[in-house]
Design a binder for this molecule. Structure first.
Ligand code: IPE
Ligand code: IPE
Ligand code: MG
Length: 258
């Protein structure tokens, strides 16, 4: 069973500081292009932006930060950019994870790992094992991740374990098999780089997430921009299907709507 409430089944909490932030780190290529640098230089600077955002999340008391590093569609990019991204990911796992571990950060990786080579698979496994018992921020890196893959994978795994569900199953039967089922659903989604789309990120988990889009390109995103996103989130009224009047009269939360 999932530990946290599903926003379409129960009314979850609406914490003033998001417990879970999901980020599409977009705009690296354009950031580099503006500076007459190769696209990959933007990816490199993107790692620094991530470092700053991780630190800011820890300071602010965010519990889960989930970042989109490589989508299941990004294989369509030029081969040299893809291989640069793979080696950057590898370097990041080798260099950064020790630092993250020292800061009590738990690292998780979500996505279809079957397309990564053995070395990268080993590094991902090592990062997760090393940091598994940390209780600070949980940093989840989505790599070769796609929202539709997540749902399909969950259904297939569930049916393997529970062939009887082929006759029918409920949302709560499926949810433990989805990525991040151990975390609350994201409170806040941030996409940098100006595009206003989800690009196949966490389609299931974002059902009631507050969406925030900014033109700031990812390498230029830092603590101040994160605080601006959280300030915007704090102005939102999270109704989860109810009316403003109900919220004002503080209807008791929790009603399980079968
Ligand atoms: C996001 O930046 C990083 C990845 C998708 C890996 P982009 O590389 O998409 O940068 P733009 O959107 O081309 O500027
Ligand atoms: C989304 O960015 C994926 C990541 C940030 C890893 P893209 O730049 O690949 O998204 P689209 O193709 O513009 O939608
Ligand atoms: Mg992009």
């Amino acid at each position: 069973m999932a530990l946290f409430k599903s926003s379409t089944r129960n009314i979850p909490d609406a914490p003033p500081v998001p417990r879970h932030i999901a980020v599409i780190m977009d705009g690296n290529g354009r950031w580099a292009k503006q500076r007459f640098m190769p696209r990959v230089a933007g990816h490199q600077r993107g790692v620094e932006a991530l470092r700053e955002v991780v630190k800011a999340c820890r300071d602010l008391g965010v519990e889960y930060l989930t970042v989109f590093a490589f989508s299941s569609e990004n294989w369509r990019r030029p081969a040299d950019e893809v291989s640069f991204l793979m080696s950057l990911f590898m370097k990041m796992l080798e260099r950064e994870v020790v630092r993250l571990h020292e800061k009590n950060i738990r690292v998780k990786i979500i996505g279809d790992r079957s397309r990564f080579d053995d070395k990268l698979n080993q590094a991902m496994q090592d990062a997760e094992t090393l940091t598994a018992n940390n209780v600070g921020l949980t940093l989840t890196i989505a790599a070769n991740y796609g929202g539709r893959w997540d749902v399909m994978n969950a259904v297939q795994t569930m049916l393997k374990e529970h062939p009887e569900f082929a006759q029918g199953f409920k949302e709560e039967d499926l949810s433990p098999y989805l990525c991040l089922s151990e975390a609350p659903e994201p409170d806040l989604f941030i996409r940098t780089g100006g595009e206003q789309r989800i690009s196949n990120f966490m389609l299931w988990q974002l059902a009631y997430t507050e969406l925030y889009f900014t033109d700031v390109l990812w390498p230029a995103f830092g603590r101040e921009e994160l605080e601006a996103a959280i300030a915007s989130y704090q102005k939102r009224e999270r109704r989860f299907g109810r009316t403003s009047e109900q919220l004002a009269s503080e209807q008791p939360k929790g009603g399980f709507d079968a």
